[in-house]
Design a protein around this ligand. Structure first.
Ligand code: 4AD
Ligand code: MG
Length: 480
């Protein structure tokens, strides 16, 4: 018998057929006359019920069907006696593929905390919660490609190892091939990185944008989707040292076209998940409802997960400028809380996460597209506005997440760009290849970056970014 997946059985309901299931035992209940095994094979969140008659299956085998064991079960699909599922499997034979000693197996058939599961990230995908998260993550990744492919965008693979620090923030991981204990030295004793990686100092990419711009200047509309690395030592529920980013880049787009695309794209991804991940999202919603019920009533969210997702799809995002946002914050000053007050004095300061939260969760109660930030707090490549003070930047803020997208219209004017690079001490010589796009056939263009894990967080409702990537890289966390 060929293996059939649980999802296929539930989709097709093949009553009367003899089939073979393979999967991991979640629970087993037994009495004198019969054993019930709940089996999961990862194809769907549902555990499939297997009924084992002790006259057919030996006591020894049944004993080994403990939580976590991997089994191969052949039998006949019959209509289910109990409520819940339409069918169940009457086992004819059970083969133990891999035992899991109940004394040692860390996952027990009970609720484990997310913190505990984070410590055993190598096993946590075997739980309902993490199975659901990683199926949703897959669906969203697939939807990213489908969206752009359908629009005629081309997927570009930008380098992981690079000589450029695209964001100019200096938060890069160095790539080294030399003996850490005995690196080549400069005459002053400092490490000579120039001798590394075939005589070029390199790092892991922080963004594929600059290479993406080169591609957009040839193929018009492109996107990247790959891992990016930031050596910022921030221990928050929104930051990873290694995260995945989607970066579309479009020739002939201005800032408004860019915002239109970003809004449509985000809604598409959410809608795709709503249509294709129903069981998993319902499960994740129910675990959130349980989690919320332990909070004081005034701290519970007003909408359940699925309604929250539908709300974002159905409503227009708010679009305001940084300056308008500052005015709102200035006039809000909720409960005269001190932390908002510094904004009153300083136009030009970067928004803190409390400010973003206030705008999105309290004031507008909707996703917000914030545009036209002061140039001092944004990257060198953003297009300068006529006012001389702001740039055509765009951040998209989501409820419960904060910044989910950062982007801009790019500075396409060679003279303006190089003047800004001089002001910001960005070495032009090293960026000759980037500046060539402005020297030869330059045109207005724009793009943005979506933090994929933050999107998965929003769709799954998970509070900690470490729980939406299989093996999170955070400070002090890289064992496997
Ligand atoms: O705002 P960022 O730094 O923008 C860029 O890298 C641009 N090159 C994008 C572009 O215009 N093509 O990062 C973009 C997004 C953020 O909005 C956030 O969602 C996510 O990437 N992000 C992170 N996600 C997880 N962990 C981190 N440390 C992140 N840093 C940024
Ligand atoms: Mg940003």
């Amino acid at each position: 018998n060929k293996r059939v997946k649980i999802k296929t059985i539930l989709d097709q309901n093949p009553i009367g057929q003899e089939i073979t299931l393979m999967g991991w035992v979640r629970t087993k209940r037994s009495n004198k006359n019969v054993s019930f095994i709940a089996l999961n094979d990862g194809s769907i969140i549902t555990n499939y019920q297997v009924v084992a008659d002790p006259n057919l299956i030996s006591e020894e085998i049944l004993k080994k069907c403990s939580t976590g064991a991997c089994v191969k079960i052949t039998g006949t699909i019959v209509e289910s006696q109990g409520a819940g599922q339409a069918s169940e499997l009457n086992a004819k034979s059970i083969e133990i593929l891999g035992e899991a000693d109940p004394e040692k197996y860390p996952l027990q058939p009970k609720k484990h905390s997310l913190e505990f599961l984070r410590e055993i990230a190598h096993l946590r995908m075997r739980t309902n919660t993490f199975g659901a998260i990683f199926r949703v993550r897959h669906a969203l990744a697939f939807a990213v490609h489908r969206y752009f492919n359908d629009k005629g965008f081309f997927y570009i693979h930008t380098p992981i190892i690079t000589g450029s620090d695209a964001e100019g923030a200096g938060e890069t991981f160095k790539v080294t091939t030399f003996d850490i204990g005995n690196p080549p030295k400069n005459t002053d004793g400092s490490v000579d990185f120039k001798q590394d990686f075939f005589e070029r100092e390199t790092n892991l990419t922080v963004s594929g944008q600059l290479e993406g711009e080169l591609a957009a200047m040839a193929l018009s509309e492109i996107y990247t989707f790959g891992p990016t690395f930031r050596a910022e030592n921030s221990n928050t529920t929104r930051h990873l040292a290694e995260f995945w980013m989607i970066e579309p880049e479009m020739a002939f787009y201005d800032a408004e076209d860019n915002a239109d695309l970003a809004e449509e794209f985000l809604k598409y991804l959410i809608q795709y998940a709503l249509e294709n991940c129903q069981e998993d999202l319902k499960f994740l919603e129910s675990r959130l409802i349980e989690e919320e019920s332990s909070k004081p009533t005034d701290q519970r969210s007003e909408l359940n997960l699925l309604d929250k997702l539908k709300f974002v799809v159905d409503n227009e995002f708010v679009r305001i400028t940084y300056t308008e946002a500052i005015d709102i914050l200035r006039n809000s000053n909720p409960n005269k809380k001190k932390k908002f007050q510094y904004l009153i004095e300083s136009w030009g300061a970067d928004l803190q996460s409390e400010h973003e939260r206030y705008l999105v969760e309290k004031h507008f109660k909707k996703p917000v597209i914030l545009t036209d930030y002061p140039k001092e707090i944004k990257s060198f490549y953003m297009r300068q506005n006529e006012d001389g003070k702001t740039v055509a930047a765009m951040d998209i803020l989501f409820p419960g997440i904060g910044e989910i997208i950062g982007g801009s219209q790019r500075e396409e004017r060679l003279d303006v760009l190089t003047a800004r690079m001089d002001e910001m001490n960005i070495p032009k010589e090293e960026m000759w290849w980037f500046l060539d796009t402005r020297r030869f056939g330059s045109t207005p263009h724009a793009g943005f970056g979506l933090g994929f894990e933050r999107m998965v967080q929003f769709v799954t409702g998970m509070g900690n970014i470490r729980d939406v990537i299989a093996f999170p890289r955070t400070p002090g966390n890289a064992e496997f």
